[in-house]
Design a protein around this ligand. Structure first.
Ligand code: NAD
Ligand code: UDP
Length: 318
């Protein structure tokens, strides 16, 4: 039976990974739009405190659940974000990471099929691996190691995209796939392990900034509000093929460290560590598809976004 509730006033959303960094910001946007929201999370990297502003709100529910187990719920839209995103966390138990991505996506697609819900997969720029072309358009098929320490995540997200595409072809599901490029902002945890949160937390303690490798590798950093705007536009669109969402402004890791030093304390030192295995040397989204089809592009400069993130870290930790 199709239990879709499209014509009613209030859309019922399930956000897996709802207590995480991106999931909690997405929930803020959906709640402010007067929609109904269920957050589903096992709290591996997420925090209940990210959702404290909605506890006891009549439109909001929390479920503690692991997506590797199936669940039955009545919802109209599934935003499937549950998965650790930082290399430190997804590599800490890589077999669990593969299970979370494959079984979790399979279970949530099964739920979407049963109730006829629209489905958005949080995929990643990591499906391009260590790319040979820069920037990366959606048509680029990637250069990915199947057996390295990043493979549980990279290959996991690739099979998740495959599963989604087969559910679309075979079961006619309304599928969206967002390929998220490095995103940062308030609510990243001090122990998250990703570069912007590491640099800000170290700098605020007056400690040296850790550079992996020689710091010439590049990334392109998107502020969280811009990313969430793009995700929502994608869910509302007719695009059913993978779509890059990210900020195309590209920086080396050294340039990023200098920017954060300049904003917090120019006297700070840099300390060098070996480059982790398979760390991509370049990454920059080609967002032509999002610009042309979603009328979306990021608005927040790196400097503004980092200042907002620094303010949040100061309040949360100091
Ligand atoms: P995060 O670690 O803050 O959030 C992930 C959430 O998923 C956490 O709340 C965690 O507890 C939950 N979770 C993990 N395993 C689970 C399981 N088995 N069952 C239920 N819940 C589980 O990470 P994030 O940055 O918010 O990333 C969210 C999603 O976006 C992930 O799917 C990630 O792959 C994707 N993504 C993020 C980025 C980024 O830069 N933030 C980039 C590319 C892709
Ligand atoms: N990095 C770094 N210092 C840190 C954390 C990360 O130099 O404290 C580097 C890392 O090697 C990578 C880049 O910054 O080249 C981005 O790392 P992050 O873990 O944020 O994301 P990802 O590698 O998944 O893009």
């Amino acid at each position: 039976m199709n239990l879709k509730n499209k014509n009613s006033q209030t859309t019922r959303n399930l956000v897996t990974g709802g207590a995480g960094f991106l999931g909690s910001h997405l929930i803020d946007r959906l709640m402010k739009n007067n929609e109904k929201v269920i957050s589903l999370d096992n709290y591996f990297t997420g925090e209940r405190s990210n959702l404290k502003q909605w506890i006891n709100h009549p439109n909001f529910e929390i479920i503690r659940h692991d997506v590797t187990d199936s669940i039955q719920l009545e919802v109209d839209r599934i935003w499937h974000l549950a998965c650790p995103a930082s290399p430190v966390h997804y590599q800490s138990n890589p077999i669990k990471t593969s299970k979370t991505i494959f079984l979790g996506t399979y279970n949530m697609l099964g739920l979407a099929r049963r109730v006829g819900a629209d489905f958005l997969l949080a995929s990643t720029s990591e499906i391009y691996g260590d790319p040979e072309i820069n920037p990366q358009p959606e048509t680029y098929r990637g250069s990915v190691n199947t057996t390295g320490i990043r493979s549980c995540y990279d290959e996991g997200k690739r099979i998740a995209e495959t599963l989604c595409s087969d559910y679309r072809r075979i079961h006619n599901l309304n599928i969206k796939i967002v390929r998220i490029f490095n995103t940062y902002g308030p609510r990243m945890k001090a122990d998250d392990g990703r570069v912007i949160s590491n640099f800000i937390f170290q700098a605020l303690q007056g400690k040296p900034l850790p550079i992996y490798g020689d710091g010439s590798q590049t990334r392109s950093f998107c502020y969280v509000d811009d990313l969430i705007e793009g995700m929502i536009k994608l869910m509302d669109s007719n695009l059913n093929s993978p779509t890059n969402i990210g900020n195309p402004e590209q920086f080396t890791i050294i340039e990023l460290a200098k920017k954060i030093k300049q904003l917090i304390n120019p006297e700070l030192k840099l300390i060098y560590h070996p480059l982790p295995e398979d760390d991509p040397l370049q990454r920059q989204p080609d967002i032509t598809k999002a610009i042309e089809n979603l009328s979306w592009q990021p608005k927040t400069s790196l400097e503004n976004g980092i200042n907002l993130t620094i303010d949040w870290f100061k309040k949360a930790y100091f």
